[in-house]
Design a binder for this molecule. Structure first.
Ligand code: PAF
Length: 287
């Protein structure tokens, strides 16, 4: 695996690779890598001849300083994991490489409703920061394909919209969420849970599954309340920030299952000091 720390050296290498006809698949990450990231890499390897991962803990997308400071940083282990899994190129920039002109205003995108609910409402400025860094990384790497996880479903929709707004030719792929045997969605933040919290956090996924089970019995808002009650019973110390059933395309709340061709239930729950998110795409329903 080649490791580049500067834009200049990375681009020099990628320019030559493209001239050789390689197709470039890109997996942006913030490190603290786990099997979920490795599955994104595996998708990229299936579609592309050359895979590029980046590790950059982007300060502009954290709206809580504590979350940024405590974000796990495990660079040595990350490098070993990527190498063992056949990643071709790792881009490991410092903040000056990504933001060489910090005084220049960041690009502003109009995401319409997509950045208003859920994460957008609870983490002001978060999606601007995500879009800013992904836009910058895409300008640097100029991949053919971009791979992102379903676990951050709203982030995926934001990036899809950003690619549309920038007339990008990059093909975006959504890769399924990987889960622990307990059902807990894999996340870098899971390492901050103690064993008891980790066990309890599996109930988040079970609350989402309950929504799916209740689709045949209850309208969306009642299914939502049943899932929130389930969380209150099984995770009494946790604080759900939201659990919303929304149109998977527009992210607008749905009143009737038939309101949307596809719905998704998304949640954010604080377990101890750790904020976890998860979601489940629900099977289409027409009645
Ligand atoms: O999902 C993430 O890890 C980050 O939000 C991303 C896409 C790498 C941008 O910093």
């Amino acid at each position: 695996m080649y490791l580049f720390k500067t834009v200049k050296n990375l681009q020099h290498y990628l320019f030559a690779s493209k001239n050789r006809g390689e197709s470039i698949g890109f997996v942006p990450t913030m490190g603290a890598l786990h099997q979920g990231h490795i599955s994104l890499l595996a998708f990229a390897q299936k579609h592309c001849s050359l895979t590029v991962c980046s590790i950059f803990v982007n300060p502009t997308q954290f709206n809580e300083k504590e979350d940024f400071d405590k974000y796990p940083r495990t660079t040595e282990a990350d490098i070993a994991l990527l190498e063992a899994n056949g990643c071709h190129v790792l881009f490991l920039p410092d903040v000056q490489e990504i933001y060489p002109h910090p005084d220049e205003p960041a690009p502003v995108f109009d995401f319409g409703y997509l950045d208003k609910p859920m994460e957008g409402a609870h983490r002001p400025g978060h999606f601007n920061g995500v879009a800013q860094v992904v836009n910058r990384l895409l300008q640097i790497v100029q991949p053919h394909h971009l791979f992102m996880g379903q676990k951050d479903y709203q982030q995926y929709k934001i990036i899809e919209k950003m690619l549309h707004l920038t007339h990008s030719s990059v093909t975006l792929h959504m890769c399924p969420t990987l889960r622990e045997p307990s059902g807990l969605a894999m996340s870098s933040r899971n390492t901050r849970l103690n064993p008891k919290e980790r066990e309890q956090a599996a109930h988040i996924y079970h609350a989402l599954l309950l929504v799916q089970q209740n689709m045949a019995l209850l309208p969306p808002q009642q299914a939502r309340m049943a899932a929130l009650n389930y969380l209150e019973q099984h995770l009494p110390d946790a604080r759900p920030e939201y659990l919303d059933i929304v149109n998977a395309h527009t992210l607008e709340p749905v009143q009737h299952w038939a309101d949307a061709a596809q719905t998704v239930v998304c949640t954010a729950v604080r377990v101890g000091n750790v904020r976890l998110i998860d979601n489940l795409l629900l099977p289409g329903k027409t009645t």
